[in-house]
Write a protein that binds this ligand. Structure first.
Ligand code: ADP
Ligand code: ASP
Ligand code: MG
Length: 405
């Protein structure tokens, strides 16, 4: 007998038919003699719809009340799935995040899981119940409901799998696994049979929504193998694990992130200490900076540009505007119509020319690069948002239309 954790995303439980489909998968697993813990997300677009509803009432609601609202989405799906399983004649119980023992930090809207105390889950499994847990939520030290940030149900599933030492953690979604690019957007995207934690972490962080990056980080930390697969087809998915394949893949995927803004502080005096001061101010405001580019000093001044997520752009601009005169810079410029396109691959470290190939693909598509950033296993470029889809396709074609895989 094994302990199996199965997570089902929003589209997998979007309507009654899909809920029964999931009930079938869960009960098939249970019938084979396994203990089954299921983590569910909110149905379809419920979370987005709740955000819209909140905005109709108050455009700046408190984060606490927002979490009370958003957590309701997972509570709807957990109870509906439990009802479907009851109807199929199997013993089942649904638990909210706090009932399931999820203790989090107090940061409403983006709480971190501090610990999971799975006593209640264990008790229910001992009673031979299938246990359904609401993903994406927990409780903080004020006994308030918190949510884990968008896409957080993946992390809930990995957390349960790690504290309960599950034998298998399956992430069921609406595509058949992790692909070399978003299969809904890029024709010819290929399903990967396996991918390493490090590459998956980069892809997820750089915009491949299929797994939440914090879930991958946690899976790596506790060495939990994940299987990403479709709830609608019975095909094998993608295994996310420590050392995928003997030979490192040259490139494992292309990702796009449109949640980016570029901010430039123009005409900064070309002398020591100013970058330090500018970025310290931003850090003090909790603004996380991604790609940074500084021009060569000319006529005694230089420009410093960087990217942030769109929700932090206003704060970054306000912070720098207060500071422009102090540092003697000319002005702050803010651009929202940008996107970051990246390639990820553990093999690029030992293969020169990958960057040149990526840039050639962009040149052939006549797409201009604004900024570039690299690490051992990724290369990212900042481009105009309107070019992003064409850029992903051009780069994907360059690396995957040949025998590179
Ligand atoms: P769920 O509701 O199951 O959590 P998500 O919508 O969060 O599902 O993630 C699945 C979606 O991720 C897919 O429908 C697909 O469009 C998108 N996606 C983006 N990049 C990739 C990729 N590289 N491989 C697979 N899916 C991807
Ligand atoms: N329902 C939440 C969201 O839409 C959590 C999740 O889907 O993982 O972000
Ligand atoms: Mg998701």
């Amino acid at each position: 007998m094994s302990l199996i954790v199965q997570k089902f995303g929003g589209s997998s439980v979007a309507n009654a038919e899909r809920v029964f489909n999931v009930a079938g998968i869960v009960t098939d697993t249970y019938k084979k003699g396994n203990d089954v813990v299921v983590v569910v997300s909110a149905q379809g677009d419920t979370t987005d719809d709740f955000i819209e509803k909140a905005n109709e009432i108050n455009t700046e609601p408190s984060k606490r009340e927002m979490d009370v609202l958003l957590s309701a989405g997972e509570q709807i799906s957990m109870s509906l799935l439990a009802m479907a399983i009851e109807k199929l004649g199997y013993p089942v119980v649904s638990l909210t995040g706090w009932q399931a023992g999820f203790h989090t930090s107090s940061a409403y809207g983006g709480a971190r899981i501090k610990r999971v105390i799975p006593d209640r889950i264990r008790k229910e499994l001992d009673k031979k119940n299938i246990v359904i847990v609401a993903g994406f939520q927990g409780i903080n030290r004020y006994q308030d409901i918190t949510t884990l940030g968008r896409g957080g149900s993946d992390t809930s599933a990995v957390a349960i799998a790690s504290v309960m030492h599950a034998d298998l953690c399956q992430i069921y979604t609406d595509v058949e696994g992790v692909y070399t690019a978003d299969p809904r957007k890029v024709e010819g995207a290929r399903k990967l049979s396996e991918i390493s934690y490090d590459e998956m972490l980069e892809l997820a962080t750089l915009g491949a929504q299929v797994l939440n990056n914090r879930s991958v980080e946690m899976a790596k930390k506790y060495n939990i193998e994940l299987e990403v697969l479709s709830s609608l087809t019975k095909k094998p998915g993608t295994i996310v694990k420590e050392a995928a394949k003997m030979e490192k893949m040259l490139i494992s995927g292309v990702a796009k992130d449109t949640n980016v803004a570029r901010i430039s502080i123009v005409g900064v005096p070309d002398r020591p200490g100013l970058a330090f001061k500018i970025f310290s101010k931003l850090a003090a405001k909790d603004v996380n900076v991604d790609i940074i580019l500084q021009s060569i000093g000319r006529d005694g001044t230089k420009d410093i540009s960087f990217t942030v997520t769109k929700d932090k752009a206003k704060e970054a601009v306000e912070t720098l505007n207060e500071y422009v005169e102090v540092v003697g810079a000319a002005r702050v410029v803010h651009e929202d119509n940008v996107a970051k396109v990246s390639i990820v691959g553990a093999g690029m470290e030992s293969h020169p020319g990958i960057a040149a190939d990526m840039f050639e693909a962009l040149y052939d598509a006549q797409i201009n690069i604004q900024m570039i950033s690299t690490s051992e296993i990724k290369i990212s470029v900042l481009i105009n948002a309107c070019d992003a889809d064409a850029a992903v396709s051009a780069i994907h074609d360059k690396f995957f239309s040949t025998d590179n895989v």
